[in-house]
Design a protein around this ligand. Sequence first.
Ligand code: NDP
Length: 444
Amino acid sequence: MSYVDEVIELVEKKNASEPEFLQAVKEVLESLRVVVEANEDLYRREALLERLVEPERQLKFRVPWVDDKGQVQVNTGYRVQFNSAIGPYKGGLRLHPSVNIGIIKFLGFEQIFKNSLTSLPIGGGKGGSDFDPKGKSDREVMAFCQSFMTELCKYIGADTDVPAGDIGTGAREIGYMYGQYKRIRGLSEGVLTGKGLSYGGSLARTEATGYGLLYLTKEMLKLNGQDIAGKTVAVSGSGNVAIYATQKAQQLGAKVVTLSDSTGWVYDPDGIDVAAVKEIKEVKRARLTEYKNYRPNAEYHEGRGVWSVKVDIALPCATQNELLLEDAKLLVANGVTAVAEGANMPTTLEATKYLQDNGVLFAPGKAANAGGVATSALEMSQNSERLSWTFEEVDTKLQTIMVNICHNMSDAAEKYGMKGNYVAGANIAGFEKVANAMLAQGVC
Ligand code: NDP
């Protein structure tokens, strides 16, 4: 049996109840096969893959807090410190009822390669809780965040582990967590990214994941002789990534016609009104059903269906496994030419394969959405030097990083005889740096 197959079997045996983690490991290891085979004896002797799939540290803790009725609630908190070979653990905190250890491990594992791809010195980690901020008062969210950080603060720091936002964790949650960290540890340091601008945040961090997604998509199209201007785009989600992806797509001359949330989706033939979505989602924290009140020409549909519209480009920006094989078939039938993942692992393995087999340019999340963590690393740099850069400075660096990621994943795919397979290219480019660092640092 090949080394890759042995390790996949081992992971299946040890993590049988964590389907998302298994999915992520399989996807990565399958595409690394050619690199691993070329170094099989060395990697085997060093147990490199066994070490890669085992988190360095995995924390699980109780998060008790008091709701507005005086009732004590209990949630579970997680932090997986997956791999620090190239720098301090870095990765977001997800607050969503679906969170469990398998989800956090899949996200942490992906983060290792994504962070490596940015070319910045950051290792991989992820955390979160099954707490649902939806429908909670500000005071309840603060009570949860303070309790969560009371425990987490023992394990993180500006040079060890630097969490950030993710689903359910926006500026409000980061603010409450930062305040509590500072209060307990007495340190004004860059321990979290995505902070408010008045206390160490970076300009352009809010926009970075969505903007970065479009910078990479534009470059990928360019490499393949296409232009983003004039293209019609379907975006899913209506959170941070989706909103700023839509905004940048429009600035680049494309027309975004869909958005979605966890209950339904909108189709706006005239192009999505970003200001309206910001008001609905960021100010009112309401549902997309309200969109029709702003744009009478738009349609609102309950349930799934965002991939049924005829578009040139699809950008899944909501959550994992939201673009299924049946959706990929619809997109191909409707003539889609490119798919780039704003969310983490939004496309199932079967859907990804179908899109690639049908000639669709496919940019995996670990490359396409790396702009968020890259800009978080830029926020860490600014915090370390106690300076703030202008929006343009950060945005220019972000553009350079995304263009480089695009070329690195393309070159790596070509080098190993898989031209145009950006999934393999991104995994290989991310892996090589981490593998070399792990080997150089000995058995640890
Ligand atoms: P937000 O919480 O801001 O938005 C998430 C969006 O996805 C919301 O519109 C939400 O709908 C929708 N959504 C969440 N769960 C589901 C579900 N099960 N089914 C359908 N829709 C769902 O999160 P972000 O925009 O920050 O993150 C989106 C994705 O991008 C995630 O996969 C995240 O890991 C990834 N990502 C985020 C980065 C960042 O910088 N924020 C960086 C890199 C990746 P509703 O409004 O109803 O809740």
